[in-house]
Design a protein around this ligand. Structure first.
Ligand code: CMP
Length: 140
C-alpha cells in the first residue's frame, strides 16, 4: 500500500480535557507518524471555510461555533494507507457506534464533540492539509 498523508484535527472537547498526548499515542501505536503539528485557535469564519462541504447541513452553525470555541491541534499523519488507517483509529463519527479501543469510543462526548477529525479520502486530504500547512512545515 502507498505511503499517504492525511489531515487530522484534535478538536476543542479533547484539547480542553488535555487529551492531545493520549490521542497522539494512539496514532503512533497504529504506525502513523506525526509529520506536522500545531495548536491554533480557529475563528468561526475559518472553521466555516474548512467545513464548507457541510454548509447546508442542520448542524453546520453549531459545528463552526464548536470548532472555534477553544484551541485545536491540527496535524498531518503519514504512513501506509494513512487516510483509512486514521479513520480506523478514530472510529465512527458517532461515538455510540465507534468500536472499542478507538479514539472516539474512548474519548468522544457526542456526535458533535467527537474529539477528532480525519480526512475521508486522499484527494480531500491534499486540500485539507494545504488549508493549514505550507510545504515547508511538512517534515517527513
Ligand atoms: P467530522 O469528521 O469532523 O466532520 C463533520 C463533523 O460534523 C463531524 O465530524 C461531527 O463532529 C459533526 N456533526 C455534528 N452533528 C452531526 C450529525 N448529526 N451528523 C454528522 N456529523 C455531525
Amino acid at each position: 500500500m502507498a505511503i499517504e498523508r492525511t489531515l487530522s484535527i484534535i478538536k476543542p472537547d479533547a484539547t480542553r480535557r488535555n487529551l492531545t498526548g493520549k490521542i497522539n499515542a494512539k496514532f503512533e501505536e497504529a504506525g502513523l507518524r506525526i509529520v506536522a503539528q500545531k495548536r491554533i485557535h480557529l475563528s468561526k469564519a475559518q472553521a466555516g471555510v474548512f467545513y464548507a462541504v457541510h454548509k447546508d447541513r442542520p448542524f453546520y452553525d453549531e459545528l463552526c461555533d464548536f470548532m472555534a470555541s477553544e484551541p485545536v491541534v491540527v496535524q498531518v499523519l503519514e504512513g501506509e494507507g494513512a487516510v483509512m488507517k486514521n479513520r480506523e483509529v478514530m472510529g465512527a463519527t458517532n461515538p455510540a457506534e465507534a468500536e472499542a479501543g478507538t479514539v472516539r469510543a474512548e474519548f468522544a462526548l457526542s456526535i458533535g464533540e467527537n474529539s477528532v477529525h480525519g480526512s475521508d479520502a486522499p484527494e480531500t486530504a491534499a486540500v485539507e492539509i494545504a488549508y493549514f500547512f505550507s510545504g515547508l512545515e511538512l517534515v517527513g
